[in-house]
Design a protein around this ligand. Structure first.
Ligand SMILES: [Zn+2]
Length: 438
C-alpha cells in the first residue's frame, strides 16, 4: 500500500459534484488481477477519520500540495506535436499546408518513435494520464506510440488514421489495405496492458463510402474498441460534406449511416450541430470532444455547453494539439470557460453564454471525460476502485498564483485561480496507476 496526506480533490461518482478534503488521505494499493494490474484507490477521505482504520500505515505527507485525478485528454494528435503554432486561414488550408506535410514524415518509424517519446513526456509534464489520440495513416505510427506507451503504464487509446481520398500522396492510404491494417492493429494492441485501440476515420471528406462502410463493420465486429473522428468543426468543411453526401440530413448523420455513431465513439468539435444531431448523440451514447483552444486558434467557433447540458449527451475537454495551442489542461479549461461565456457559435444561431463552474470545468477534463470514453469508475476520478492515476499540484507554483490562491475563500475560487493562472509548473508530480514520473 502507498498513502499520501495532502489536500485532495475528487468527484462524486454519480453526480459529478466535487469532494474536497483540505487535510486528506489517499490510500492506494494493488487491484484485482495480480501484481501486473494497475494500482487502485483503496480509500480516500479526511486524514484524521481515515488513518484510524490503517494502524501503522506509512504515509507520505505533502501538506502544501493538492492531489487531483489525472487529466483525461479526449482528443489529441500525437503526430501534430510539431504543428503547434502554425497559422492558417481556417481548417482546410491548415491541413493542406501544415498538417499533411508533417504527417507524411511518419512513414519513417524512427521519426515516429522520436515524436512518440517526446509526446508522452509532454503528457507527463502536464499531468495527463489518459489520452485518446490520432496517429497518422501509417500503421508504423501506431506501433511506435503503443510501444512507447506500454512500458510507461499509460492508459492510452490510439488508432491509425483512415483517409483514402482528398489528401496528398504520402498520407493517403488505400481502402482495402487500410481496413486490413486497422484490424491487424486492433488484434495487436487493443487490451494489451492499459492500451486501447480506436478506429480512426479522419473525417468524412477524406474517407470514401467504402472506407467508412468498412470502418463501421470493424466497429460492429469489435464493440469494445473505440471510434474517433471529427465532425462539424468549420463552415467550409460543412459545405464540403453537403456536396459529398447530399443524401444525408446532416454531417453527423453520415457517420450514423455507416455504423460509426455508437457508445465509445468520440467526435471532436461538434460546433455546428442542430438539436436533432444533439439528440442523436445522446441516443447513441456517442460523445463530443470539446477542443476550445483549437476552435479559437482556427477561428472555428464556440461549443454550445448549455445546449449540450440540456440535451444530456456525453462531452468532455480535449487539447486537439496541433490545432490546439497547448498540451496544458489548465489552458484548455480556461479556453472552455471563455467559449462558454461567448454568445456565439461561429456561424449558427446565437447561443446562451454560460459561466461554467470551475469544478465543472475540472470534471469535464477528468471524470466527465472518462465517462465520455466509457471509462467511468476506471480513470479520471479518485473514488475507491478507480485506477490510481493522479497529479500533485502546487497552488503556489508562481508568485501570482501564490498570491491569488492565498486569498481563495473556497474550493471554487482555488480551482478557478489554478485554471486561469496555472500551467505545467503547477504539476509537480504525475502518478500513473502507482508508477511515479518525477
Ligand atoms: Zn483533431
Amino acid at each position: 500500500m502507498k498513502a499520501y496526506r495532502a489536500a485532495i480533490l475528487s468527484f462524486d461518482p454519480d453526480t459529478g459534484a466535487p469532494r474536497y478534503w483540505s487535510d486528506g488521505l489517499l490510500v492506494t494499493g494493488p487491484g484485482q488481477g495480480g501484481a501486473a494490474a494497475p494500482r487502485v484507490v483503496l480509500a480516500l477521505g479526511s486524514f484524521h477519520e481515515l488513518i484510524r482504520h490503517y494502524p501503522g500505515l506509512s504515509v507520505e505527507s505533502i501538506p502544501d500540495r493538492l492531489i487531483a485525478p489525472g487529466f483525461v485528454d479526449l482528443h489529441v494528435h500525437y503526430p501534430q506535436t510539431d504543428v503547434i503554432g502554425s497559422p492558417a486561414e481556417g481548417l482546410l488550408p491548415w491541413l493542406e499546408h501544415h498538417t499533411f506535410p508533417q504527417e507524411a514524415r511518419f512513414a519513417d518509424p524512427l521519426h515516429a518513435a522520436e515524436v512518440a517519446d517526446f509526446f508522452l513526456n509532454e503528457l507527463d509534464r502536464h499531468g495527463v494520464t489518459t489520452a485518446l489520440t490520432f496517429c497518422t495513416s501509417h500503421p508504423q505510427s501506431v506501433d511506435a506510440l503503443m510501444s512507447a506507451a506500454q512500458p510507461r503504464g499509460l492508459r492510452l487509446i490510439a488508432g491509425k488514421c483512415l483517409q483514402d481520398r482528398h489528401c496528398p500522396d504520402g498520407v493517403r492510404d488505400t481502402t482495402e489495405q487500410s481496413l486490413l491494417d486497422t484490424e491487424a492493429l486492433i488484434l495487436r494492441w487493443h487490451g494489451i496492458g492499459r492500451l486501447g485501440y480506436a478506429i480512426t476515420p479522419r473525417f468524412a471528406p477524406t474517407c470514401s463510402d467504402a472506407q467508412l462502410q468498412g470502418a463501421g463493420e470493424l466497429a460492429a465486429r469489435h464493440p469494445g474498441v473505440w471510434v474517433q473522428s471529427h465532425v462539424a468543426e468549420n463552415l467550409d468543411e460543412l459545405a464540403w460534406v453537403r456536396e459529398l453526401y447530399p443524401q444525408d440530413r446532416s454531417y453527423l448523420e453520415v457517420y450514423a449511416r455507416f455504423g460509426l455513431l455508437r457508445e465509445r465513439s468520440v467526435y471532436a468539435h461538434c460546433l455546428h450541430l442542430d438539436q436533432t444531431d444533439r439528440e442523436l448523440l445522446r441516443e447513441r451514447g456517442a460523445a463530443a470532444a470539446v477542443c476550445p483552444t483549437s476552435n479559437f486558434f482556427l477561428g472555428s467557433g464556440c461549443f454550445d455547453f448549455a445546449s449540450a447540458e440540456r440535451t444530456g449527451f456525453l462531452h468532455g475537454l480535449a487539447s486537439d494539439v496541433g490545432g490546439g495551442t497547448s498540451f496544458s489542461p489548465f489552458r484548455t479549461m480556461l479556453a472552455a470557460y471563455e467559449a462558454g461565456r461567448a454568445g456565439f457559435t461561429g456561424g449558427g444561431p446565437a447561443k446562451a453564454g454560460v459561466s461554467l463552474a470551475p469544478s465543472r470545468l475540472w470534471w469535464l477534463h477528468t471524470a466527465g471525460a472518462a465517462r465520455a470514453l466509457g471509462l467511468d469508475g476506471v480513470v479520471g476520478n479518485l473514488a475507491p476502485g478507480c485506477e490510481a492515476d493522479f497529479v500533485l499540484l502546487d497552488p503556489r507554483a508562481t508568485p501570482l498564483l501564490a498570491r491569488r490562491t492565498a486569498q481563495a475563500r473556497d474550493l471554487e475560487e482555488l480551482l478557478f485561480a489554478l485554471i486561469v493562472l496555472g500551467d505545467e509548473r503547477v504539476v509537480t508530480r504525475t502518478v500513473r496507476a502507482g508508477s511515479v514520473i518525477d
